[in-house]
Structures are given as structure tokens and as C-alpha cells.
Design a protein around this ligand. Sequence first.
Ligand code: GDP
Length: 688
Amino acid sequence: MQQYKTEAIRNVALLSHSGAGKTSLSEAVLYSAGVVNRLGRVDDGNTVSDYDPEEVKRKASVQLSMLPLLWKENRVNVVDTPGYADFVGEVIAALRAVDGAIIVICAASGVEVGTEFMWKYAHSRSLPRLIFVNKMDRENADFYRTLEAIRGKFGKKCVAAQMPIGSHTSFQGLVDLITLKAYLKDREEKVPDPLKAQAEKLRDALVEAIAETDDDLATKYLEGQEIGVEELKAALRRGTLEGKLVPVFLGSALQNIGVAPFLDSICQYLPSPKDTAPVVATNLATKGKEPISINGDSPLAALVFKTSADPYVGKLSLFRVFSGTMYSDSQVWNATKNTGERIGQLFIVRGKTQEPVPQLIAGDIGAVAKLSETSTGDTLCLKERPLIFETIPFSNPPYSVAVHPKTKADLDRLGSSLARLCDEDPSLRVHKDQDTGETVLSGMGDAHVEVASERLKRKFGVDINLDVPKVPYKETITIKTQAEYKHKKQTGGHGQYGHVFLELEPRPRGSGFEFTERVVGGAVPRNYVPAVEKGVSEGIPEGVLARYPLVDLRVTLYDGSYHPVDSSDMSFKIAGLQALKKGVMQAQPVLLEPIMNVKITVPDNFTGDVIGDLNGKRARVLGMFPEDGLTTIEADAPLAEMLRYATALRSITQGRGIYTMSFARYEEVPAHIAQKIIAEAKKTAEKS
Ligand code: GDP
């Protein structure tokens, strides 16, 4: 039974570069809070957070997981997230559910590129942050060097709130710089004498940083007055909530050192749902925007931020209650889908297990099974107050594969299983390419689509092969021309007669195909015009160069002739089709290829290499935007060159870059490349 109030809730996401120890830290906090009685290890594949077979195999998280615990009088909902850029969709979803973030940094590796990305994500949502310097027991661990790197990257607002006692194999604990209490293996002790001077010095720096964020304290500090511990804690909390301070803590998740004091700090310094600015939602009834009050007695508003397919309970929707209370066995309104939803048993989810609860209060996070209409990003509320929260901004997945089912049985289940997979993970998309006929699955990178394919097999029993997708080329004409075709056959009795003049002209890129007519004097009688149009339309899906669809041209029927007896729809249809083919040949046809708009973000020092590589890929660099040590390069590049960019970028940057890609427009393929594509298409056509 929940006995906590909204004020006591802390919703926090663990963010880091992959491998800094988020999963180990979440395991350690669960252990410290008495939720588990054995400290699981990532390397043994037995943590509460990484339970999926895909995670155990990779020894890394691939999806967010909920790890709620009770700590003293607080409910702490820890959300563990994946560190790999491929699974960033999970981070984006998690950040919509939490009020604060914990950036985990390895004391030996320091600030890594993933740290910078996570910082950026937390910053973009203005989330108050704490930093946890982990792995203090590791060889080469250095708190002070790491702190310096943190301050160098993220600014002086990052201040040490603790200092270590011992390091590497002799790492034993820490000193809390506000209370000047030492924690040796988390037992409270006195600060060891040799560390006193250093502790005083660091405390002074911390107090000064806190005082700078608060006018009253600044005066006291400058006047040399003593500032009380509670006063400092309160000011550090305020500074953290306002984003003016980011306190830095330390410990070892693996040795479970510093974890209990860190839980205290989470409760002390991170916001409760009541401390955050109200979330704005659109009220469909009034069409206005409304700040959503967090009070438990205000009407219900909850956001579904994650959907997963649980092997036992089926579809499970994770949601965060922003206002009101959600009750088990109740009726709610899904304003996004404009439909009612029946809520069955509510759960609190912990890793792969669920604990039934009668209700979830404002600010809390929980789950419900088997919602029929609801998907990720939907708002659940009351019908009288239909609210919609801002959608979750999942990025456009840039990496695509063609999906080929292995057997007929796999084919039958492919569509519905892929749809469910995409429902679970909105950063995964699937579509059928009308031009190539392929089913294309897109994700954030190769690991993402591989995990998707493993899941497809494990959860839905569907076996697939993944291939490089075909490029959907198109064909068009470049000059205006006129073409005549007379279809005339005299075979015994009834003959065939259709005669047309077509004008073909290029249209602007992206405007598609258009058929018009301006026949005068009944040269082609009205009733045959639709047949001509039909014939022309039949020729549009297969151009003359390499059988790719024709686009961006206008075909005008302007003249022709008919025979009172022999003319028929069929004859005019044939004439239309043949005149089109003739005309296209005359009109200097060309191949078009999709051009993608690509945004690549890498640490500054890789900018040159990335641009060099792009130049070799026929890309046009549009701009470079440096920010906080990372540069985003924007470029337009042909899809044909970017199909395996995830792999290229990884090898250029040793895995330190991310990119997004979206369709921009079609452009003419350069002649020498077009020749190869046409030759290739001819070969394939001859074979088949
Ligand atoms: P995540 O990817 O951020 O979730 O990191 P994990 O928790 O999976 O940890 C990555 C690796 O670092 C694993 O091999 C852990 O055993 C190890 N690790 C995590 N925390 C610590 C720590 O405090 N000390 C040491 N020495 N190793 C750690």
C-alpha cells in the first residue's frame, strides 16, 4: 500500500555514457533500500534492471526500466536508461516521466561523448541534475581530475558536494562537505585527521558557490558569518532546482559505497513533482493551453511514455500521473485518440515484475495492462476535461533495413508483429515502400534494428533476414516535347483505331504527374479521353530508363483522330500508352534519386574527418553548429550513399557520433552514376 504523498516522490532518470555504471548503480540503490537482498551484477546478467535476454546478451541496457523504491519517507522512482545512442528513444521517453536527472560518470574515463549527449538531453528539458562519479574503486579512478573535466565541460555550477576517502583499491568512503561527516563503507564516522584540511578547503569552495546563488547567503558569506548546515542544504536544493548548481557526488556502485548517502542526496536535492513548473497541456474542450496543477484532487491527467509487450500480462502501458489520481478498475478518457479506455489493475513496475496497487497519485509512475486503444505519447484524462500533453519528440530513425521473412509462416505474421514492435518503441518505424515493394524497418542504428529483429523472433516467433534496402529511384523528363501515336489494325471484321498527339513537359520537382487535355473540334471525341488518360497512367509506374516510376511531368492530350466504326476505348488506351513512351524517350529522360537531410553530431575534433567522408559521399555540407564541445554538421546527401552511414560514422568516430536523417527531395542522378544504375537494372531485367 502506498503511504507517501506527492511531495515525497522523486522521479529520477539515470543517464550516462554507456558503461559508466547506471545499471550497477540502480542495482545498488535497490539493495541499499532493501528491495533486493543480493547485489546483482551486470557481468553476471542478474540485475533487476537489465532483465531482457537482449540486454543480458549485450551486458547493456537497450530499454528504459523502472526501479521504484522507498527510502526513509520518500518514494524514489529510478528510471534506468540505455547509454548507447541507438536506444536514445528510450532516454527521450524517460525524460518525459521524470523531474530530475542523475548523470553518472566513470571516475576513470571521465566525461565521455555519451555524457555530453545526456547532458544536452537533460538540459533541453531543463531538468535539475546531480552528478554521480562512479567506479571510485577502479584502477585509475581520480575524483579530482574527473571533477575538473566536468567543470571544464559543463561549467562552474558543477560543485563537489563530497570528497573521497582513499582511492582505487583503498577507496573506502567519502566526506559530506556540507555536514563534514564521513561515511566509511556508509557508516557515519568522523573525518580522518589527514583529510581535515582538504575537506575544509573544498567545503569553502562549495559554500562560496552556494552563496553566489542566494543574495541573503552571499551577504552572510561576505561578512564572514557562519552559515548553518540546514540553511546550506536548503540553498543547495534551491540552486539545484533552479539549475544554478549541479552538485557532484561520488561512490562505487559495485562495492556499494556512497550509495546510501547518495539516496539521501537524491531526496534532499532533487525536486518532488510539486517543485517543478506546471506542465502545459491543450484542453480540447476550450482549445486553450492549460498549466496542469499537480494536486491529487484535481482532475486526472496522465501521459503514457512507454509501451512494452510483457510475456505474461501482454501489452503494458507505463504512464506518469501529472495531476489527479488514477484508480484501478476505472474508466478514463484517452483524449489523444478521442475514446474511452477501461483501466484494469494498476501496477508499480520494477524491472520485469509488477506489484498491484489500488491507485497512483499525482506525480507517481505506474503501469496498466491491456489498454486497447492507447499507445505511447497518449494522454489519459477525464472526458469532462479532455487534455493532450505535448507529444514525445522521438527523432526520425536514420538507419533502414529491408525485412525479408524467412518462411511463409513468418510472412503471414510479419505485418502485425512489426506493428506491435513499433508500438513498443516509437523510435522504430516500419513502412512498405510503394516503389521498391520492400518492407522497410528503420531504427537509430544497426544495433537498434538487430535488437528489434531478435525481439521479433523471441516475442512473436517471426524469423527475418535484414538486407540493405533498395533505393527508390524515379525517372523524369527534362525538356518539352510532342509525340504522336496512331494505333491502327485491320483484322477481318471490326478494326482498331486510336490516334493521339501528346505534349509532355517537365513539372517542378516534387509536383508529381498530371494529365490534362485541350482537344479542340472533337478531334478525339470526349468519351475517349478517359481511355487515353488510362493508357498514359499505365505507363507512369515504369519509366523507359530503368523501369522506375515517372514523376514530375505533365502530359497533355491536344490532338488526334478517330474512326466512326473502328475506334474504341482499348485502341485509344494503347495509343496513349505508346505515345507516352515515345515522348519520354524524346524528352531527354533522367534518373532521380532521394536526397536526405542529415544532421550529424560529433565531438569537435572529429568534424574534419566527418566532412571529409561526406565529401566522398556526394554530400553538400550546409552548415556547422558547434555547441559545448560537440559540433552538429548539417548536410544534404544522396540516400544511395547513406544507407550504411551508421557503420561509417562509427568507424570515423569510434562510436562517438549520432545522426538523424530525413527525406528532403529528389534530385537528378549525375550521368556517370546513372549509367551504372541503368546498366544494373537492364541486367536484372534480363535475368528475370
Ligand atoms: P551502464 O551501461 O551505465 O548501465 O553500466 P553498467 O552498470 O552496465 O556497468 C558497466 C561495467 O562497469 C560493468 O562491468 C560493471 O560491473 C562495471 N561497474 C559498474 N559500476 C562499477 C563500480 O562502481 N566499480 C567498478 N570497478 N566497476 C563498476
